[in-house]
Each structure stands twice: as C-alpha cells, then as structure tokens.
Design a protein around this ligand. Structure first.
Ligand code: BG6
Length: 511
C-alpha cells in the first residue's frame, strides 16, 4: 500500500532529456512497485506540439530504453501511460499558464485527485523565477485546502555564484515556503550515498575512529569516462567546479563529515550538514594555485582511437578556458576535523567511470616489521564505492606466509551485488518518492546552497580574474594533470588510481 497522497506531477521541460531518461522511468518504477497511489496523473509541458497520445508513445519509448527494470511489464506499462497527459506551453507566455490552470483542473476532476500538485522544473535555471511567478499569479502555489499540498522541485544549478543563488532563493521563497521547495541533488538519492549515514551511525566500530586523531586525510573521487557529450553549450558556461564540486561532491563531503543527529529528521540532518558547510575554510585568491588544480582534456588516442579535445566539442568555444577537471584540497575548521585535509578530484574523459570516497587512516606510530622486501607499511584505507560496483572495501596489512615478517596490504570487500535480493534503485526514484511524501531530508536547503557558494566563489573569481593561474591540458583517457599530485604536502602520498591511464601500452581498467 502506498503512503503517497493522490497527486498531479507537472513537469516543465516535459519533452527534455531529463524527463525521458530519468523522471518518467523513475515514476514508472515507483508505480510498478506499488509505491504510487491509485489516483495520480503526470502532465508533461513543453513547446513541442504533441497530443496526449503521441506524448505517451514517446514516453513508452523512454521507459523501454531507460527503465531500470527491463523489460517492463506490458499491462503495468499501459496502465501507467494512461495516467500521462501533455499540454503545450511557452514558459514566457502568461496566457499559457491560464490554460495550464484549466487543464490541471480538468485532469484533477477526471482522475479524482484532491488538490496536491508537485511542479518539477526540469528547465534551464533562468526560467525558475519566471515560472514560479506565474504559478503564483494563477494561484497554483497555495494549498487548496487544509491537508492538501503544493510543492516545487528545482533542478540544479541553484545559481552560478553566491549572489545569484541568494537572489533566486529570495524570489522563490517569496512565493513558496522553504518546506514546499525541493532542491534536488541526485547524488543524495544514490543508495550508496545514503548508506554513508547508515554505515557511520548504525555501526559502533567506525565512529570512534572518525576524526582527526585517526584519519590522515579523506579523498573523494568522481571520475567520468565520457566527455561533455551533447551538453557543450551548458557545460562551457559551467565547468567542473560548478557542475560537480559545488553540489554533488561537497554534499558527499558533508555526509562524511557531519556530526551524528539525535533524531533522523530532515531538519536535524540538514542542520548538521549546514554546520559543515559553514566550517569550510575559505581559500584565499593567493592560495588558489596551492589548493586547486584545474585542467581541460586535450586530443589523445585511446586504444588506437582518436579522441578529440574539449575545445573541439560541439557548442564549445574553441578558445574555452572552462575546466573539465578539478582537484581541490580543503579543510573543515571544526573540532572533529581540525587539520585533516580533504581532497576532491573530478573530471570528464578520465580513464573510467567511478565515484568513491577513500578514508585514509593514520599509519601506526612505529613500524615494527621492517624487512628487506620493502612493502612500506600503508595506512589502512576504507573505500566507499558509490558507483559502479557499489560496495565497501577495507584494506589492511597481513603477514605474508612463510619466513620473516613481511607485511602486505589485503582487502576485505563487500559488494552490493552479493546481496541476492539487493536491487539498487535509481537515485531519482528515491528522491521523487521523498518529495511526494513531503520528506526533504535528501534535498538541499537554501542556507546550505548559499554556504557552499560562499566557499566556491573565491576560487571561481580567482580563475576569472587572474589569467596567470594555469589551466593544464591533460590527454583524454588519463587521470588529469600530473600537477594534481602536488596538492599533497607529503611527496610519498598520491591519489588512489582505481585503474591505469587508457593511453599507454599497458592501459587497463579493472576495478
Ligand atoms: C550531473 C552533471 O549533475 O551529474 C553531469 O551535470 C554529470 O555533468 C552527472 O555527468 C554525473 O552523474 P552520475 O549520476 O552519472 O554520476
């Protein structure tokens, strides 16, 4: 039985990629698993001229192509698409919102839905204010009666710097209450990111070690093998710092770094994360070169195939200064983390697709087992693999059998795929369900978004204002500029490389 109230899910940008690849397949999977109520409707909005039937057919194609559960059950699929409707709408035309209101009213009557609307803004952010204002003019933002709800989900980016984020938050908060607003960060919906909380707070053995006394440093990696694909136009105005670090990766860092909550409630979790963001030590313009390395992929040959540079991608400025790689060292100035460096590395066209967190524990204070064979004692590592091959790995030293006391690092490895009944749902399934249930725990709050921009802005500004800060080229298929290694104070330290570069003779990639 579903706990979700009857609802209409209204998608601005209903014909776009996000709707096709993520939103509609996620809603279908929720429906298939019985998580949606008997009465609901989905209304796609866009400028294209579909009718309900032709829109439904496109959505069937999307589900067939992108649904997690394949093949979709035919009966369920046809029942599901009968709940989908389409209305053409030009977001800048007020009269179209009047028509939208009428259409919502008629669907609501026909499908027996009692006034609960979830608006999803899968649009470029420059439309957020415009659309919200029109929803207000039409009175669509306010609860119809006691017990019914109106909510709005905003896709990232929330602003492109602190100033624009503040202005966007202010405008939207003039129309909707904070608890009606859901700022989506799909990384927070990933099962393995949620599991960081369970791992930390449902186990007694790790938490005592989770601080500056035992942890040497923390590494967060989000590598992508793909380039910018067909998103050059957007990406060239964004770059890796805004696209990945400002949101997904700092959210992961906060999940790793936050204090335990006393009750698992949205406010408590978000308050603790906010404290982490507020404790981020600002990187001054003169420190940017010491703490941040940026790169951009250049031409290369991967397994005999030519791969062209970022500047040759569609809709990218041939002289673009946009970074497709960032490596960043930062500190969280609080009691738990004082002095522990956090390292983030992300990029496009790296050797493989992998997102992971590596907790590097301090080495033993004294090395007892000194042998000729120099297996230098490594600190223990805890590796939380967020994707793919979701799981957790612990590395520790073991005696190599035989004479002497040679120590070798071995692994204890858990894979989600070993759980026979495990089905890792898509991030969007969890997040959409939460928004329908009114649970904002896994969504970003206005104050957090602004606190993160406060940290990001000086880096971005230093890059923009100081052209002498280098943008390093790195061949596509490699782990980014070698200068990224210089972020470690200790020259024996290095990043973790889950596989080798793809460009050399010995190129391989196996996790
Ligand atoms: C998006 C970024 O938010 O996340 C993309 O805009 C990036 O550039 C994507 O490719 C990565 O998401 P995932 O879930 O594939 O790791």
């Amino acid at each position: 039985m579903s706990n979700v109230d009857n609802f209409i899910f209204i998608i601005f940008g209903g014909t776009g990629d996000l709707s096709k690849r993520k939103l509609i397949p996620a809603l279908f999977n929720l429906f298939k698993e019985g998580q949606l109520p008997d009465n609901f409707a989905i209304l796609g909005l866009g400028r294209k001229t579909y009718n309900d039937e032709s829109y439904r057919n496109t959505m069937i194609d999307s589900i067939n192509q992108f649904s997690r559960q394949f093949p979709p059950d035919k009966n369920k699929l046809s029942k599901f698409v009968s709940m989908i409707f389409y209305q053409s709408l030009d977001m800048s035309k007020e009269s179209d919102y009047t028509n939208l209101k009428k259409r919502i009213g008629s669907i609501e009557k026909r499908m027996k839905i009692g006034g609960n609307y979830l608006f999803y803004l899968a649009t470029p952010p420059e439309f957020f204010q415009r659309v919200s204002r029109s929803l207000k003019i039409q009175g669509l933002h306010k609860n119809k009666h006691h017990g019914s709800w109106r909510r709005i989900i905003l896709e990232k980016p929330i602003g492109r710097n602190l100033e624009s984020a503040i202005s966007l938050n202010r405008d939207i908060l003039n129309i909707f209450h904070e608890d009606q607003i859901y700022r989506i960060d799909h990384y927070l919906g990933k099962e393995t990111v949620q599991n960081i909380l369970a791992f930390r707070f449902a186990n007694g053995i790790f938490e005592p070690l989770w601080n500056h006394n035992y942890i040497q440093h923390i590494e967060i990696l989000a590598a992508e093998q793909v380039g910018v694909e067909d998103r050059g136009g957007y990406y060239d105005t964004s770059g890796a710092l805004r696209d990945m670090v400002q949101n997904h990766l700092l959210q992961i860092a906060a999940t790793i770094a936050m204090e335990p909550v006393s009750t698992f409630e949205a406010k408590a979790v978000r308050d603790e994360k906010l404290k982490v963001f507020q404790s981020l030590r600002q990187i001054n313009p003169e420190e940017v070169t010491k703490q941040v390395i940026r790169g951009q992929y250049i031409d290369s040959t991967i397994r005999g195939k030519k791969v062209h540079s970022y500047r040759n991608e569609n809709n990218v400025n041939p002289q673009s200064q946009t970074e497709t790689f960032v490596a960043l060292k930062f500190y969280i100035d609080n009691w738990r983390w004082g002095g522990v460096p956090f390292f983030i590395r992300t990029g496009k066209r790296l050797p493989t697709r992998v997102t992971e967190v590596v907790i590097h524990f301090k080495k033993t204070p004294h090395h007892i087992f000194k042998t000729d064979k120099s297996h230098s004692p490594l600190g223990n590592q805890l590796i939380i693999r967020i994707q793919p091959d979701e799981g957790i790995l612990i590395k520790f030293g073991m005696k190599v059998p035989g004479a002497g006391f040679d120590i070798k690092n071995v692994s204890m490895d858990f894979h989600y795929s070993d759980l026979t009944d495990a089905k890792v749902p898509e991030a969007y399934e969890r997040l959409l369900l939460d928004a329908l249930l009114g649970d904002g725990t896994l969504y970003a709050r206005a104050d957090s978004v602004e606190a993160v921009w406060k940290f990001i802005d000086p880096i971005q500004l230093a890059w923009e204002n100081n052209r002498s800060i280098k943008l390093y080229g790195y061949p596509a298929g490699t782990w980014g500029p070698k200068e990224a290694r210089e972020l470690f104070n200790d020259p024996t330290e290095d990043w973790r490389y889950p596989c080798k570069n793809l460009t050399g003779e010995d190129a391989y990639c196996e996790l």
